[in-house]
Design a binder for this molecule. Structure first.
Ligand code: 5CA
Length: 433
């Protein structure tokens, strides 16, 4: 994509309505624009990041044996009346009537719909377990939408749901999802800490939240310092259950077994939440199968959420510097930012054009700044956009037959012979630095 024709409306000034750095950077780098309270339009760069995050999640969920479906965002009130949550969910649920005066709602979550789907389509124990997920927009009429996409009213969620024959099997599925979540966050290039959570209106007694540590996080976390010595990627559910790590609403100081000198507290952004809720929904909405002995068996369910749009903000909170965003490779909107430092120079333009063509031909995604602008402004824009690698084509280095490579994260620069440039860049990308 050439920057001269790309739709990336960057802002020079920090918008005054944005209180936290990720919101400021998302607006400044042209990822989103606000439509109304807690509602956003995703612009090309932001959408690419959302799609990259979604694809990492898809890959890991599929590998864990889950299958993707897509349910309607609008739901009939009837199913919620059956589950008993229609009244209790309160004002966060956006309710309306269709032209036939039927009560409807914009789904804040999908337990009712998915359990009813199971009820209608799965009849025998032989089909179990089933593990389904979707990546779909939700609406919650939050009382205080804030911090941009972190707490939106409309937001993108990956929600997964599992059906098992009994508690032991459901717990196994929960364990699989627990480790799948750690894999997902690692693949996204962020560290997410699992903490024991409160199940809230969703219900259930085995539940964990996954938090990205950041000072701007809305939750306070309390955990045993020993937790910091464990690589989250190697963590198992058993370890997580034995070490103290709680989200704020679960931490009761009088009951805390960790001595004060070992108790750490940090703020975190909740990017994932998983629940086991036994037969809470399967009883009411009849997710019942015929068991091996011919008798009806009420399935044990779990639900597994990830805040996909919140993750965009959370990743930026965890990965930025004073100059802008630093995208982890897996989610970056483009792999390379190619900059023609002197667009009025025929040689620079020829080399940059050719590099753009050869990198693109290799399947590498490139944002090519082909504009005639001041060098300082061009470099500042590339830093702001935060692509992992910058490839700089300038008169001076070309005189030596070289181009310059810059690692956005470390700031390290190196010169590479032009003759070898495409191969060298390909090599760097394969290293996944
Ligand atoms: N049905 C279950 C899991 S499938 C559920 O709804 N869980 S949840 O309420 O915890 O939401 C899942 C994730 O969505 C949260 O961990 C959070 O990352 C994200 N999320 C929740 N509310 C919002 C919001 N208002 N804005 C952005 N993301 C949100």
């Amino acid at each position: 994509m050439k920057l001269s024709t790309a739709y990336i409306p960057v802002l020079k000034e920090t918008p005054s309505e944005a209180q936290i750095v990720s919101h400021q950077l998302m607006l400044r780098a042209g990822l989103i624009r606000q439509l109304g309270a807690g509602m956003y339009t995703w612009l090309p760069l932001g959408l690419k990041v959302l799609q990259n995050i979604s694809n990492v999640i898809r890959r890991e969920m599929d590998a864990a044996g889950s299958q993707e479906i897509l349910m309607s965002t609008l739901q009939p009130a009837e199913l919620w009346q059956k589950s008993g949550r229609y009244e209790s969910y309160g004002k966060e649920m956006l309710r309306f009537k269709d032209r036939h005066e039927r009560e409807m709602l914009y789904g804040p979550t999908n337990e009712e719909v998915v359990t009813d789907l199971f009820h209608q389509t799965v009849k025998s124990y032989k089909a179990l377990p089933q593990l389904w997920y979707q990546i779909q927009w939700k609406f919650r009429d939050e009382i205080r939408p804030r911090f941009g996409v972190m707490r939106g009213r409309e937001f993108l969620m990956k929600d997964g749901y599992s059906f098992d024959l009994d508690y032991e099997r459901a717990r196994k599925t929960y364990e699989t999802m627990f480790t799948t979540y750690l894999r997902i966050f690692k693949a996204l290039g962020v560290n997410a800490v699992p903490v024991k959570a409160d199940s809230g209106p969703i219900g259930g007694d085995l539940t964990h939240e996954f938090h990205i540590l950041a000072d701007t996080g809305e939750s306070a976390l309390y955990y045993d310092a020993a937790f910091e010595d464990i690589d989250p990627a190697t963590l198992t559910l058993a370890q997580a259950q034995s070490l103290y790590a709680m989200a704020d609403e679960m931490h009761i100081p009088e009951n805390c077994p960790v001595p004060p000198e070992r108790l750490k507290t940090r703020r975190g952004i909740e990017v994932g939440h998983i629940f086991y809720f036994a037969t809470k929904y399967s009883e009411k909405l009849e997710a019942v199968v015929t068991g091996e002995d011919g008798q009806p068996v009420t399935t044990h369910m779990g639900a597994y959420g990830i805040g996909v749009s919140r993750l965009v903000g959370a990743i930026i909170e965890a990965s930025h510097d004073k100059d802008g965003i630093i995208w982890p490779a897996a989610v970056a909107p483009f792999q390379i930012g190619l900059v023609n430092l002197k667009a009025t120079d025929a040689q620079c333009t020829k080399v940059a054009d050719e590099l753009y063509a050869s990198l693109t031909a290799q399947g590498i995604t490139v944002l090519y700044d082909d504009k005639d602008d001041r060098v300082g402004a061009k470099l500042a824009t590339m830093d702001l956009l935060g692509l992992p690698w910058q490839v700089l084509v300038g008169q001076k280095s070309l005189e030596n037959g070289q181009i310059e490579l810059k690692n956005r994260k470390t700031g390290e620069k190196s010169f590479v012979p032009l003759s070898n440039a495409t191969a060298e860049i390909q090599h760097l990308l394969n290293l996944k630095l």
